[in-house]
Ligand binder design. Structure first.
Ligand SMILES: Cc1ncc(COP(=O)(O)O)c(C=O)c1O
Length: 418
C-alpha cells in the first residue's frame, strides 16, 4: 500500500478517537534505537519514545532477544497458570519499590492499572470520593477517563463516580506563593472535604501523578510534596501514585517518582516503560491493602503474559546495568539548563520546565506549539504535545538518549524557533 491508501483506510475505517499528530500523518516503516524511519525512508530523531514508553530504545536487542527466547519456549498461557519468570519478576519489581510493598497484579496497560487501583482503593476503604489533580491524566477506561482532570478527555456521558479535581500545583505561576511556609491555599477546599469524609469514618482517595505528563510536564516543587505528605497523614488519605509515566527512571534520581518526592503511596500504578513497549502494566500493593480485598475475584486473560514479562525482566536488568536512574537525572538537568539558556527568553515561549527526561516547552498560543511540532518533524525531530490548551511541546525521549542526541535536539530547535 502507498501512503495515500494507508491514510484513506485510517481516515475512513478506524474509529475517529485518535487524531493524527501532524498536518501530514507520519507513517512509520522501521525504528531502531533513538531513530524512527518513515515510509519514504526519512530518518527522525525520536524525542518522544512512543509516548514516553520505549525507554531503552526501539528494537533493543537485549529486550527483543529475551522476548524471542520466551516465544520459542511458550507464549500465551493466561493468569491461571504459573511460570518461573513471572515469579522472578514479581520479586525484583517489589524490591525496586522497597518499603512495605508485598503484592503485585499484572495488567495490560496503564489505564487498566489505574482502574484496578481505584476499584481496590474504594473496596479497601469503603469510600466513594476520589480526588485528582485538575491537569492530571490517568487513562482511557470509563473510570480513569473521568479521573483525568483534563476534561477534553471526558466522554459525553455522566461520570461513573464521585470525583473531585484539586487545583494542579503549578506553583511557579501561583499568585498565593505561600505553600513554602504554610498550607497551600489551593488545597483548602480538598482538606474541608477530607475532614467531612473523616467525620463519616471514611478515608479520602487521592490519585496523583508525581509529574503531570499529558497535562504539560508540570513539575510540582519538593515543598509541595512535603506539605501533601503531611495532609495525607493528617486526614488518613488513601494515596495512589500513578507512575505510568514517571516510573522506571524517567523522573531521574530514583526508580519511581514517589521515592524521589518522599511520598508513601498505598498503591503504585505502572505501565508504559515497564516492558519497553511490550504491553504490560502492574499494580503494586501494600499487604494491609491487599488483605482488605483478599476475597475480591479479579482476572484478565493477557495480564502478565510471558512475552511481556520476559521483556520486563530484561528492562530492569538494563536500567541497572546502564545506571539509567543517575544518568537521566544528570543529563536531564543539563538539557533543561541548556534549553532555558537558549530559548526561555523567546517571545512566544512562556516557560520551560521539566525533570529527568521529561521536558515541557510551554508556548503562549496553541497554534505556535502546533507549528513547532510540525516544523520539528520537517527538520527530522519527533516530539509530543500536551497541556490543557495543547500549548506545551513535550520532549520525552528514550532514556538512552545521549548528550549528542540532546545537542542535536537543541540544534533543531534553534531552526524551529527562528
Ligand atoms: C500518567 C498516565 N497514567 C495512565 C495512562 C494510561 O496508560 P495507557 O495509555 O497505557 O492505558 C497514561 C497514558 O498516557 C499516563 O500518562
Amino acid at each position: 500500500m502507498n501512503s495515500n491508501e494507508i491514510n484513506d483506510i485510517f481516515d475512513s475505517n478506524l474509529a475517529p478517537f485518535v487524531r493524527p499528530y501532524y498536518d501530514i500523518p507520519l507513517i512509520v516503516s522501521k525504528a531502531d534505537g533513538v531513530y524512527i524511519y518513515d515510509i519514504e525512508g526519512k530518518r527522525y530523531l525520536d524525542a518522544y519514545s512512543g509516548v514516553a514508553t520505549v525507554s531503552l530504545g526501539h528494537c533493543n536487542k537485549r529486550v527483543n532477544d529475551a522476548v524471542k527466547a520466551q516465544m520459542d519456549n511458550f507464549g500465551h498461557i493466561s493468569y491461571i497458570y504459573r511460570f518461573e519468570p513471572a515469579a522472578a519478576y514479581a520479586a525484583i519489581l517489589l524490591s525496586k519499590c522497597g518499603g512495605d510493598y508485598s503484592r503485585v497484579f499484572f495488567t495490560n496497560s496503564g489505564s487498566e492499572s489505574v482502574d484496578l487501583a481505584l476499584m481496590t482503593a474504594r473496596a479497601a476503604t469503603d469510600s466513594e470520593a476520589i480526588f485528582t489533580f485538575s491537569e492530571g491524566y490517568h487513562g482511557g477506561t470509563f473510570l480513569t477517563k473521568f479521573s483525568t482532570g483534563l476534561n477534553t478527555w471526558h466522554a459525553p456521558v455522566e461520570a461513573p463516580a464521585e470525583i473531585y479535581y484539586i487545583t494542579t500545583p503549578e506553583c511557579v505561576t501561583c499568585s498565593h506563593k505561600q505553600c513554602e511556609t504554610s498550607r497551600c491555599i489551593c488545597l483548602n477546599k480538598a482538606c474541608e472535604k477530607f475532614e467531612a469524609l473523616n467525620k463519616k469514618g471514611k478515608r479520602p482517595i487521592l490519585l496523583v501523578e508525581p509529574v503531570l505528563g499529558v497535562g504539560g510536564i508540570i513539575t510540582p516543587p519538593l515543598h509541595y510534596f512535603k506539605m501533601l505528605a503531611e495532609i495525607i497523614d493528617e486526614y488518613n488519605v488513601f494515596l495512589i501514585c500513578d507512575e505510568v509515566q514517571t516510573g522506571f527512571g524517567r523522573a531521574g534520581g530514583s526508580f519511581f517518582g514517589f521515592q524521589k518526592y518522599g511520598l508513601d503511596p498505598d498503591i503504585v500504578c505502572m505501565g508504559k516503560a515497564i516492558a519497553n513497549g511490550y504491553p504490560l502494566g502492574a499494580v503494586v500493593f501494600k499487604e494491609d491493602t491487599s488483605d482488605r480485598v483478599k476475597d475480591m475475584l479479579h482476572f484478565n486473560t493477557f495480564g502478565g503474559n510471558p512475552l511481556s514479562i520476559a521483556a520486563a525482566l530484561e528492562v530492569i536488568k538494563l536500567i541497572d546495568e546502564l545506571d539509567i536512574v543517575n544518568t537521566v537525572e544528570e543529563n536531564g538537568r543539563i538539557f533543561l539548563r541548556d534549553m532555558r539558556l537558549f530559548f526561555e527568553d523567546r517571545p512566544k515561549i512562556n516557560r520551560i520546565r521539566g525533570v529527568g527526561y521529561s521536558l515541557g516547552l510551554e508556548f503562549e498560543a496553541p497554534e505556535d506549539a502546533a507549528e513547532a511540532l510540525n516544523s520539528a518533524r520537517r527538520e527530522g525531530l519527533l516530539v509530543g504535545i500536551g497541556g490543557r490548551k495543547k500549548n506545551v511541546i513535550r520532549i520525552q525521549p528514550p532514556l538512552i538518549f545521549s548528550s549528542d542526541n540532546f545537542h542535536e535536539t537543541i540544534e533543531i530547535f534553534k531552526t524551529v524557533l527562528k
